[in-house]
Design a protein around this ligand. Sequence first.
Ligand code: PLP
Length: 397
Amino acid sequence: MNQLAERLSRISEPQTIKMAKLGRELKAQGIDIVDLSIGEPDFDTPEHIRDAAKKAIDEGFTHYTPVAGYAEVRQAVVHKLKRDNGLDYTPEQIVVTTGAKQSLANAVLSIVNPGDEVIIPTPYWVTYSEQVALCQGVVVFVPASIENNYKITPEQLEAAITPKTRLFMFSSPCNPTGSVYSKEELEGLAAVFAKHPQIFIISDEIYEYINYVGKHESIAQFGDLKNRTIVINGLSKGFAMTGWRLGYLAAPLEIAKACDKIQAQFTSATCSITQRAAITALTGDLSTAEAMVSEFKNRRAFIHEALKNIPGMIVNDPEGAFYMFPDISAFFNKSYEDTHIQNADDLCMYLLHKANVSVVTGSAFQQPACIRLSYATSMANLEKGAARLKEWLGKLK
Ligand code: PLP
């Protein structure tokens, strides 16, 4: 007898987590795996933030907090959104969550009814469609091509909109592609949304600070979109704080209240100590984030060049985050000994078991011609990984 609820059949385990698990198992067997599947900075949380957390424990910030977060942390988010994005919010419009992932879940649960259409440009971070599926929404994928550096055009957006469209979800900078929408590109999308006032937008800006092309732009800045955009952000990537679990959303008041109501029944609030540390992170200077990004920039330059030198790979030009998303379809229908490569999943397994390099299949992000490589690892690992990729991809005939 199947004892599980039907909704479980609508979602699957993230491939990113699956690859990380497989890599860990092989490492535990003593195999020297170069892990390029990682979705988190390899840096330590900055010292001043760690100190703030220690102080919070000593000062007794160890009790339940308001569901949407301490007043001071919501105020710190308001300050950050004004300072970095020129956006004006009140603390009541902010909900602090257990990672950005819970902000996304709160927002999707607050907006999507069964049968509502949700437009998601692909490639995309797979959690989006899984959360929509849990709400019985209908996902409408809009494919962005590598020729357009994995960004959709206003024409593509317009063509995907129907009277049932309720929500648009995207990330810029993007996981898995690293693509960053420019001001002009966001204005182009905003002009389409202006014609369709029933559509909400979830703008996932978790990689905001990891941007190599200039100032981050939020779609909430354009036209009237702030009135129907839920800006999602958090500390995980920009401050190397993935384990601390602090995200936040800024939304129209009605949506913020709905998210608060939902969160009250799931997690109550995120960790009190993390929230105190977040005040320091959000109001302090950004020099540690900048130092981290400058290191990512060097690694990006290295891995971009190294991948371009592997015959068969078509390499994109990521402008943010810490991922490369090359097209590897040239290796399909090739073999090495008894291993035959039919798709990106096969290639990932070949690379894991033969080259001992862990990467994530593009099918996890709705782009089965690609793989995702993370350069959130040391330069030494990147050099070793790139050499192994070149050697083992070269053996496929
Ligand atoms: N959004 C995107 C695009 C991500 O890649 C991730 C994490 O990988 C998240 C959100 C979740 O971040 P958090 O750790 O704050 O839940």
